[in-house]
Design a protein around this ligand. Structure first.
Ligand SMILES: [Zn+2]
Ligand SMILES: [Zn+2]
Length: 259
């Protein structure tokens, strides 16, 4: 299996190591053709994206793309903050992204956690039994469906990691919208007990190492064995047998300020 894309990499703009240029050099040395930097949204604790860091990262991405060996995309790994599905990234920033990832994260600023405590605390820190309670799963599913309704998202990262959802409904909807489900090297085990349900929908997959260390760029040891074990067709996986398609974002949020 030849892997040529890694669409989930962190840099020092959030809690990763190194800059875009370091990730680019590693990707190039490993023969990757495409990568995406996806640093945490504005709501994460301490290490998160800001306007200033996003601007600097955009310049780094442009510089790397000028070198013409590995294509670099800029994304943000956003977190849904509440039932309405608000993401922790300003609309104006989303409009400047090439890709938009979203998924549940528990290390979120207290001002957000206190507005939606059960969602963050039980999903984030509860036992598996507590996290599997039907009404919480239903709540999480509504959150994700609202995100899908409202934002030009491209990737659902680490599906079912901590915040469990109704996988069939989310993947059916994601397939309709052309949103990928991620095969995440760090959290691939969360798909283990629901992969048959995911595969029964028409959803497509995308690779993400979730590398924080530069040396982890393009590392898909666990994902490769998962793909083989579940016989996922390569043509359903962006970064192996399928080329990416990401949604247009440039007009996102425009006109809202006039409402
Ligand atoms: Zn994540
Ligand atoms: Zn990540």
């Amino acid at each position: 299996m030849e892997i040529w894309g890694d669409y989930h990499i962190h840099t020092r703009a959030s809690d990763g190591q190194g800059h875009v240029a370091d990730k680019f050099a590693c990707a190039s040395a490993r023969g990757l053709r495409e990568i995406a930097v996806a640093d945490h949204g504005y709501g994460a604790i301490i290490f998160h994206q800001t306007d200033k860091k996003f601007d600097a990262e955009k310049r780094d991405v442009e510089r790397a793309n000028g070198l013409d060996s590995v294509k670099v995309y800029q994304s943000i790994e956003a977190t849904p903050l509440n039932e309405a599905g608000d993401l922790d990234v300003p609309d104006a920033t989303i409009a400047r992204c090439d890709i938009l990832h979203f998924g549940f994260h528990r290390l979120i600023q207290w001002r957000h956690v206190k507005k939606c405590p059960r969602y963050f605390i039980v999903n984030g820190w509860g036992t598996r039994w507590a996290r599997s309670e039907e009404d919480l799963v239903e709540f999480n599913t509504r959150v994700y469906l609202n995100v899908l309704d409202r934002y030009p998202v491209d990737v659902i990262c680490h599906l079912n990691h901590r915040a469990r959802v109704d996988v069939r409904r989310i993947c059916t909807r994601a397939a309709e919208d052309g949103v990928y489900v991620e095969l995440n090297e760090k959290h691939i085990e969360t798909l283990e007990d629901c992969i048959d349900t995911v595969l029964a929908t028409d959803v497509e997959f995308i690779l993400g190492s979730d590398a924080h260390r530069t040396s982890d760029v393009g590392n898909f040891t666990r994902v490769k064995s998962f793909i083989e074990r579940h016989a996922i067709p390569p043509e359903r996986i962006c970064g192996v047998g399928a080329k990416p398609h990401f949604r247009a974002k440039a007009d996102f949020g425009k006109g809202k300020e006039n409402l």
